[in-house]
Design a binder for this molecule. Structure first.
Ligand SMILES: Cc1cc2nc3c(=O)[nH]c(=O)nc-3n(C[C@H](O)[C@H](O)[C@H](O)COP(=O)(O)OP(=O)(O)OC[C@H]3O[C@@H](n4cnc5c(N)ncnc54)[C@H](O)[C@@H]3O)c2cc1C
Length: 453
C-alpha cells in the first residue's frame, strides 16, 4: 500500500486499465493499479497461474503492459471511492488507497434476460461458463447449449468444445446479417473479422450447429437442468416454434452491462448507449464530467478489447498530463483518436446487428423470477404496476423488491427496467437504468472492513 498519495489510481486491470497505467507510468506518473482479481488481464485475458498464453489472443500485448505497470494491488475489491480534498480515497477490501487522480476501468459483466427455468442449477451466463474454463480449466457441463445474442457466443462455444465438452448448438437469437449494413466499419477492423472466422472454423471442426433467429426460451429439470426449449423466433423474438433438446448445462448471454458503481458514486454523468446500456460519459481525453476522474474501456460503452486498449492509453496519457504535467505527443493522440473512432464504429455496427428485441418478454410466465436474489416473480412486479400504480423501476423496486438482494440489481436491473417500461407502454429510459445501477457500496464488504475504514 503506498504511504503517500499516488499520482494516479487505476481501478481495473483489464485491457483498458493496464493500457492506462502503462501509458501514465511511461510518462513518469506514479501509478497504482487495483483489481479484485488476483491476476491482471480482466475478462479478455482471464487466465490461470502458469498460463503460457496458448489459446489467448494478443498475449504478448498483455505481458508488455504488465511489465510497464510497477505497482499492482491484486485481490483488492474496491467497494467505495470518495473525494478527499484535492484527491480521492479508494476504499478496498485490502485497505484504503489515496490518489490525486483516478482512472475507472472496471469493465462490464454479462447482461441477462430471464426465462422460465433460468434459475435452475446448470444454467450459466455465457461469461460465467467462460470464466470457469479460462480461470479454472472447468467446463460448465458435458452436454452444453450456448444461446443468446452477439459474437461473444462464438469464443464461449469454441472454448468449451476445444476443452472437450459436447456443445449441442449455438443458438443466436438475432441475425448477424445486420452487419452488412456497415461495410465500412467491418473493413476498418479486419482483425475482429479474422477472429470471428477462426471461431466459426472451430465450430465447423467440432460439427457444432450455428442457428440464427433461435434461442433457449425455457430450461427444464428438477435438481438441475436436464433439457432446454430451443425456440425459433420471429424478427421481434416472439416464439414461432419450439423443440426440446437434452443438455446438462446452458450458457446464455445477451451482451454486457457496464460496471458503473464507482462513476455513479462520484457523480459522473451517464447516457444511454446504442445497445440500451447505461454508460458513463467521457470526452476526447477520456475525462468524466467530474474533475480528476478519467474513464476507459467498457464503462464508457461496450466495444471490445481493442477499443478498451485505445481508450486506456488516451486516459493514461491525459491523466499524466493533468497530474504531473507530462504533455502527450499530439501525433500519438491523433492516431489514438482515429483508432477510437474506427473501433467505436465497429461497436455501433455490432450493437445494430445484435439488438435485444422486445419479444423476449413473451417468453416469461407469471411465475418466472425476474429477480432471483429476492425471488420476485413476474406476477409480483406486474401487481406493483397494475394494482399499486408504480410507473418506473425505482417505484417497482420499493414495492416488490426486485434488485434489493445480494446482487443489488446487477443481475436483474436491465431486465426489470425493460419489463416495467414495456408494462407502462414506453421504452426504458436512462432514469429507469439509473434507478437500479446506483450502489453506494460497489462490492460486498465485511463489517470488519467497514469498521477499519
Ligand atoms: C465475462 C466476460 C467475458 C468476456 N470474454 C471475452 C472474450 O473471450 N473475447 C473477447 O473478445 N471479449 C470478451 N469480453 C469482452 C472483453 O472482455 C472486453 O471487451 C474487454 O476485456 C474490456 O476491457 P476492460 O478493461 O474495459 O474491462 P475488463 O476486461 O472487464 O476489466 C475490468 C477489470 O476491473 C475489475 N473490477 C471491476 N470492478 C471492480 C471493483 N469494484 N474492484 C476491483 N476491481 C474491479 C475486474 O476484476 C476486471 O479485472 C468479455 C467480457 C465479459 C464481461
Amino acid at each position: 500500500m503506498p504511504a503517500s498519495p499516488a499520482d494516479l489510481a487505476v481501478l481495473g486491470a483489464g485491457p483498458a486499465g493496464l493500457a492506462a497505467a502503462a501509458a501514465a507510468s511511461r510518462a513518469g506518473a506514479n501509478v497504482v493499479v487495483i483489481d479484485g482479481n488476483s491476476r491482471v488481464g480482466g475478462q479478455y485475458w482471464r487466465h490461470r497461474d502458469g498460463d503460457t498464453g496458448r489459446g489467448h489472443h494478443h498475449w504478448s500485448v498483455l505481458t508488455g503492459l504488465r511489465a510497464a505497470v510497477p505497482e499492482f494491488l491484486g485481490g483488492h475489491q474496491v467497494w467505495h471511492v470518495e473525494r478527499i480534498g484535492d484527491g480521492f480515497a479508494v476504499h478496498t477490501s485490502g485497505g484504503e488507497v489515496r490518489c490525486r487522480a483516478l482512472i475507472v476501468a472496471t469493465g462490464a459483466y454479462d447482461r441477462q434476460l430471464p426465462f422460465p427455468g433460468w434459475t435452475l442449477p446448470g444454467v450459466f451466463t455465457a461469461g460465467g461458463a467462460q470464466a470457469l474454463l479460462k480461470g479454472h480449466g472447468v467446463t460448465a457441463g458435458r452436454r452444453i447449449v450456448v444461446a443468446g445474442t452477439g459474437p461473444f457466443l462464438l469464443p464461449v462455444a469454441a472454448g468449451l468444445a476445444d476443452a472437450g465438452a459436447h456443445v449441442v448448438g449455438v443458438f443466436e437469437a438475432g441475425s448477424p446479417r445486420g452487419f452488412v449494413r456497415h461495410p465500412g466499419a467491418l473493413l476498418a477492423n479486419p482483425g475482429k473479422l479474422g477472429e470471428g472466422a477462426g471461431y466459426l472454423r472451430t465450430l465447423m471442426r467440432h460439427r457444432i450447429p450455428y442457428r440464427t433467429r433461435t434461442t433457449v426460451a425455457a430450461a427444464h429439470g428438477t435438481e438441475s437442468v436436464s433439457s432446454a426449449t430451443v425456440a425459433t423466433l420471429d424478427a421481434d423474438w416472439r416464439v414461432l416454434r419450439r423443440r426440446e433438446v437434452e443438455c446438462d448445462a446452458i450458457a446464455v448471454g445477451y451482451g454486457f452491462t457496464p460496471q458503473l458503481e464507482i462513476p455513479l458514486q462520484l457523480g459522473c454523468a451517464t447516457r444511454l448507449d446504442a445497445d440500451g446500456s447505461l454508460v458513463a460519459r467521457a470526452d476526447d481525453q477520456q475525462r468524466a464530467t467530474v474533475p480528476g476522474v478519467y474513464l476507459a474501456g467498457e464503462v464508457c460503452g461496450v466495444g471490445g478489447a481493442p477499443l478498451s486498449l485505445v481508450e486506456g492509453e488516451l486516459a493514461g496519457l491525459h491523466a499524466a498530463w493533468t497530474t504531473i504535467g507530462a504533455a502527450p505527443d499530439n501525433a500519438r493522440v491523433g492516431r489514438l483518436l482515429r483508432r477510437r473512432r474506427a473501433n467505436r464504429a465497429f461497436a455501433a455496427a455490432l450493437h445494430d446487428a445484435h439488438p435485444v428485441r422486445p419479444g423476449w418478454l413473451t417468453w416469461l410466465d407469471g411465475q418466472t423470477q425476474l429477480c432471483r436474489c429476492e425471488e420476485v416473480t413476474v406476477d409480483r412486479v406486474r401487481e406493483s404496476i397494475v394494482d399499486l400504480g408504480a410507473t418506473d423501476t425505482r417505484a417497482v423496486k420499493l414495492l416488490a423488491r426486485p434488485g434489493m438482494g445480494l446482487c443489488q440489481g446487477r443481475v436483474c436491473g436491465y431486465a426489470t427496467s425493460c419489463f416495467v417500461a414495456d408494462a407502462c407502454g414506453r421504452q426504458p429510459t436512462e432514469q429507469d437504468l439509473l434507478g437500479v445501477a446506483a450502489r453506494p457500496i460497489a462490492q460486498p464488504v465485511t463489517l470488519g472492513e467497514l469498521a477499519r475504514d
